[in-house]
Ligand binder design. Structure first.
Ligand code: NAP
Length: 266
């Protein structure tokens, strides 16, 4: 189980305590550390990933629009490169070079394609795709200098077969899968792996909002019958896959789209 929202990340407490006591030692550039940035890391899937990586011994910084005051979060809109660069500079300054990046920040969108405005299209592409571009480019120098890195992009199971009324969302997430494969080929020789995790239905604030707006064609629980493992996904299911993908032992896995969906997409 993840800790309740607002609780301090276990791995961050010692860092925060050390900083207060003046004893924090920042890792030097080029040193292989396990300093992780999780975008969207204060809610739902991103929060569970941040907590899991922290429990696994990483030092974790969450980049989000509204980070909780009780955790080491950096306010940054991932669509704004200047904000991303500033947030990452703050993380580097405090912890050291970033060698693990999980892109979990995202927004959904529901609209009949014929009625979809270009502005709405652009917004969903901007957060879900361009945000991934900005964050990867911003951390890449640290990973290249270290000669080691792990990037995991949270895409969506909707990319397996498409989703009506979500053309912009599925287009963005499909592009993230393509970006993942291409970067894996480009960055593999530099010791950096790049994978994507497309979640199925995961019980998060985003999914509950979609349910409340009647976007799921019924209640979340109605989907259990259609899910081979007979339950809705939990944020911790995605966090477990990410924890493995960012581990040392996952070094031979790259360019993969690893579905975590209870068997709904095979
Ligand atoms: P969530 O609970 O809404 O969390 C998303 C987080 O991203 C929120 O903290 C949100 O901040 C943040 N965010 C949104 N726009 C941002 C921006 N421009 N810059 C920085 N942070 C931003 O949703 P979730 O369900 O955990 O989703 C996490 C990821 O999984 C998303 O990429 C989503 O597309 C993907 N996904 C989810 C499901 C599912 O069933 N839940 C299925 C497939 C894929 P605010 O809350 O302040 O807006």
């Amino acid at each position: 189980m993840s800790e309740p929202r607002g609780a301090a990340l276990p791995g961050l407490r010692s860092e925060e305590r050390a900083t207060r006591e003046g004893g924090a030692s920042k890792a030097p550039r080029g040193e292989r550390t396990r300093i992780a940035v999780v975008t969207g890391g204060t809610s739902g899937i991103g929060l569970a990933i941040a907590e899991r990586l922290s429990k696994d011994g990483c030092q974790v910084a969450a980049l989000d629009l509204n980070p909780s005051a009780t955790r080491f979060g950096q306010v940054a809109d991932v669509t704004d490169r200047a904000q991303v660069d500033a947030a990452l500079a703050a993380v580097r300054e405090r912890l050291g070079p970033v060698t693990i990046l999980v892109n979990a920040a995202g927004v959904d969108g529901f609209k009949r394609f014929a009625d979809l405005t270009f502005e709405a299209w652009q917004r969903v592409i901007d957060v879900n795709l361009n945000g991934v571009f900005h964050c990867i480019q911003a951390v890449l120098p640290d990973m290249l200098e270290t000669g080691w890195g792990r990037i995991v992009n949270i895409s969506s199971s909707s990319t397996h077969s498409g989703q009506p009324f979500m053309a912009h969302y599925v287009a963005a997430k499909s592009a993230v899968n393509g970006l993942t494969k291409s970067l894996a080929l480009e960055l593999g020789p530099s010791g950096i792996t790049v994978n994507a995790v497309p979640p199925g239905m995961i019980d998060t604030p985003m999914l509950r909002r979609a349910e409340a707006r009647g976007r799921l064609g019924g209640k979340i629980e109605d989907h259990i019958e259609r899910t081979p493992v007979r339950r809705i996904g939990r944020p911790e299911d995605i966090a477990a896959a990410c924890a493995f993908l960012v581990s040392e032992e996952a070094g031979y896995i790259t360019g993969q789209i690893i579905g975590v969906n209870g068997g709904r997409n095979t």
